[in-house]
Design a protein around this ligand. Structure first.
Ligand code: SAM
Length: 175
């Protein structure tokens, strides 16, 4: 299953940190890349510099048109899942979503364009309470990974640096 994240409504003055966390979380939990509707090249650089050191092939594409990215994704038989507290609850639809070969996970910032609710194949709530795009994305990816038996939390990313998990202290291998 290929998974990418579409981040809507990023405001360069306010959302830099949280959008960076959306990207880093997506990368660490197995997504292939993040599409960002704003043209914030600082975010792209900072996430790609993490990938450079810690491995993998995660990409960040900035300044995209969300409508045309969704259209392209669907033309290529991809499915679209918008994460929103107003949607149907995750446990009720996760068994359908996990069957997608290509999945675009859409997360907002403050408010998303109303059309997204119709364009998405699923509008999914990670609980019907307001919280965070980072948390919603993490739970969604974790549920998908669990159902697919993908052990991404133990996976190596083949980076220049690799952590040796220890009960105490820190050990990092350099390649
Ligand atoms: N009231 C806002 C709204 O229109 O959904 C909440 C915005 S929240 C700060 C930013 C993003 O976090 C939302 O666009 C959504 O993607 C995600 N989010 C927040 N709570 C969520 C929940 N309970 N389930 C799924 N996604 C959620």
């Amino acid at each position: 299953m290929r998974i990418a994240v579409l981040r809507l409504g990023h405001r360069p003055q306010r959302d830099q940190r949280i959008t960076t966390h959306v990207g880093l979380t997506a990368r660490a939990l197995g997504a292939e890349g993040m599409l960002l509707t704003s043209n914030d090249t600082g975010i792209k650089k900072s996430i790609e510099s993490v990938t450079e050191v810690w491995g993998g092939s995660f990409y960040v594409k900035c300044g995209v048109s969300w409508k045309s990215e969704i259209a392209k994704w669907k033309e290529d038989r991809g499915r679209v899942c918008h994460l929103t507290m107003y949607g149907v609850n995750l446990p009720d639809v996760i068994h359908e979503i996990v069957d997608a070969d290509k999945l675009l996970l859409v997360v907002g910032a403050e408010k998303v364009p109303p059309d997204i609710y119709d364009l998405a194949d699923w509008n999914v709530a990670v609980g019907n309470q307001p919280h965070s795009e980072v948390a919603a994305l993490a739970v969604m990816l974790d549920r998908l990974n669990s159902l697919r038996g993908t052990d991404v939390l133990r996976a190596g990313f083949g980076g220049k640096l690799e952590i040796v998990p220890l009960p105490r202290g820190k050990r990092v291998l350099e390649r």
